[in-house]
Design a protein. Structure first.
Length: 125
């Protein structure tokens, strides 16, 4: 049985500036999964840097509220919602609330650095 406690996962600042803890990744444990699973936090008043992945991604919002930007679209998000992000879509999420925006990130196939492109502010949509 494999169980991973969030508190046992190293916290780091991801390339998109979110606070990340990686829970599951097939390259880091003997797991028969294709996807990776991470826990992310965006602080109040902040946003992730615009980025895109070559792979699909799903965010599951657990706490807080914000605005999800995918391509030319943007929508408010809140706890209990899942957001599908198609491959090669420019995306970012902003925290519009007063508490931390916490969400899970599922990347399939599993996240790899070479599959991510992070944009500077002047490269926004």
């Amino acid at each position: 049985m494999f169980i991973k406690d969030l508190e046992d996962c190293e916290e780091f600042i991801a390339a998109d500036n979110s606070i990340l803890r990686e829970l599951l990744h097939p390259d880091k444990a003997d797991l028969a999964v294709r996807y990776s699973l991470a826990h992310a936090i965006v602080m109040p008043g902040q946003a992730t840097r615009p980025h895109r992945l070559k792979t699909s991604e799903v965010y599951y919002i657990m706490e807080g509220e914000g605005i999800m930007h995918i391509g030319d679209e943007c929508e408010r998000v809140h706890p209990g919602q899942a957001v599908y992000i198609p491959p090669d879509s420019r995306q970012y999420i902003e925290n519009t609330g007063k508490i931390e925006l916490k969400f899970l990130c599922i990347v399939d196939p599993a996240w790899r650095k070479q599959d991510e492109e992070v944009f500077s502010v002047d490269q926004l949509f």
